[in-house]
Design a protein around this ligand. Structure first.
Ligand code: FAD
Ligand code: DHB
Length: 391
């Protein structure tokens, strides 16, 4: 088979790119390793920046999001048994975010691709990308037991951190910058109404905790745990007890408990591979960069990358003008590095690092108090959280 743009991966990046290209009349095929059911259930992010909301809405894929998404105008920081609200609209010229799960974004985009007659092949594993340095790149893949070659004009790797796209670029042409953190997140979904109206980011000497939500009936919560920890060590009672300890606050507030329906542990890392292009192969989303989840940026960066790429491919397709394709990596990386810095800052601000000295701990508390009390510091957090426009 052949197509104009071959896309590896049906996560948010690959699916949205496919949808945006289709709207510009650009033929494309998406190859996805997993089954449709698997990608629609994989629990991940939950916060959409305003720009992400706008892109989904303007592309006609935002109808369910507008019905079920929850607009949030702020977050709460909690430490020293006290709450501090960060108000987004007043600090950012009216911007806010939306709580709408990545699983739902993925479902909406898959449904839309199907309605529009798009080709998304599930259980199709990309094995290699060949001819990247020629104008006839191709993807070798396995589907239903047989190997095939998809001939393309352009290949976009949206295949996540563990994909093959990034590894198809010669090592000496890619600069990788990386950091790991001495903790992981234990995430749960629970069938209980959220105990808050807005997200709570809590710092406690025992570690970070985050109260998020999926709907008025379903809560999503996270706990900082040791990097080598296992969900086997975390029976439901222990999770609720630990959450209660870390969210404890003076005044009346109670954490509602309910049946836990999902439990998993995610490692934390920062990672950037530059440039995000080699020849006719482009990298987008987690295939090129990872942020620790504390700033809620991973999904939003994936959407920002493919939005730029769709514009660049549109110009290329219409006029054979490669200027935006040539500028893609540099433009995308400006936003990526802003998100890397913000995610790192939120992570170190809110977690307890077992190796911290007394000095580190004192600095962290001072930084937290500063963010809570200074309008300038709150505004800085708010403008990064809702999405800072680097471009
Ligand atoms: P992905 O969603 O990873 O999609 C890549 C797709 O490529 C996958 O469907 C994969 O199956 C497919 N693929 C891989 N290899 C191949 C191949 N060889 N052939 C074909 N297909 C292939 N962000 C937050 O903001 N908050 C969170 O709480 C949060 N939790 C996360 C939990 C986990 C376990 C992970 C991995 C990420 C989490 N993130 C979170 C980050 C966020 O979900 C990602 O940034 C986002 O999914 C990036 O989208 P993507 O499309 O680039 O990559
Ligand atoms: C969620 C995840 C995050 O990493 C975050 O910062 C906020 C919310 C979530 O899954 O709801």
């Amino acid at each position: 088979p052949r197509t104009t743009v071959g896309i590896i991966g049906a996560g948010p990046a690959g699916l949205l790119l496919s949808h945006l290209l289709h709207q510009q009349g650009i033929d494309n095929v998406v190859l996805e390793l997993r089954s449709r059911d698997y990608v629609e259930r994989r629990q991940r992010a939950g916060i959409l920046e305003q720009d992400t909301v706008d892109v989904l809405r303007e592309s006609g894929a935002g109808e369910r999001m507008d019905r079920h998404g929850l607009e949030h105008h702020g977050i709460e920081l909690r430490f020293d048994r006290r709450s501090h609200r960060i108000d987004f609209p007043s600090l950012t010229g009216g911007r806010s975010v939306m709580v709408y799960a990545q699983t739902e974004v993925v479902k909406d985009l898959i449904a839309r691709r199907q309605q529009d007659g798009g080709t998304v092949l599930f259980e199709a594993e990309a094995l290699s990308v060949d001819g990247i340095e020629t104008d006839r790149p191709s993807i070798r893949y396995r589907h239903e037991g047989a190997e095939h070659t998809l001939d393309c004009e352009i290949v976009v790797a949206c295949d996540g951190f563990h994909g093959i796209g990034r590894r198809s670029v010669p090592d000496d042409l890619l600069t990788v910058t990386e950091r790991t953190y001495p903790f992981s997140w234990l995430g749960i979904l629970a069938d209980v109404p959220p105990s808050c109206e807005e997200l709570i980011y809590a710092h406690h000497e025992r570690g970070f905790a985050l109260h998020s939500m999926r709907s008025p009936e379903v809560s999503r919560l996270y706990l900082q745990v040791a990097p080598d920890d296992s969900t086997d060590n975390w029976p439901d009672e222990r999770i609720w007890d630990e959450l209660e300890t870390r969210f404890a606050v003076d005044g009346d507030w109670t954490l509602r408990r309910g049946p836990i329906t999902e439990k998993s542990i995610t490692p934390m890392r920062s990672f950037v591979a530059e440039p995000m292009r080699h020849g006719r192969l482009f990298l987008a989303g987690d295939a090129a960069h990872i942020v620790p989840p504390t700033g809620a940026k991973g999904l939003n960066l994936a959407v920002a990358d493919v939005t730029l790429l769709a514009q660049a491919l549109t110009r290329y397709h219409a006029h054979r003008d490669e200027s935006l394709l040539d500028a893609y990596s540099e433009n995308a990386l400006r936003r990526v590095w802003r998100a890397e810095h913000f995610s790192y800052t939120m992570t170190t601000l809110l977690h307890s690092d077992p190796a911290d000295s007394d000095f580190d701990r004192a600095l962290r508390l001072s930084h937290l108090r500063y963010v809570a009390r200074s309008e300038a510091a709150s505004a800085s957090l708010a403008e990064n959280y809702v999405g800072f426009k680097e471009n």
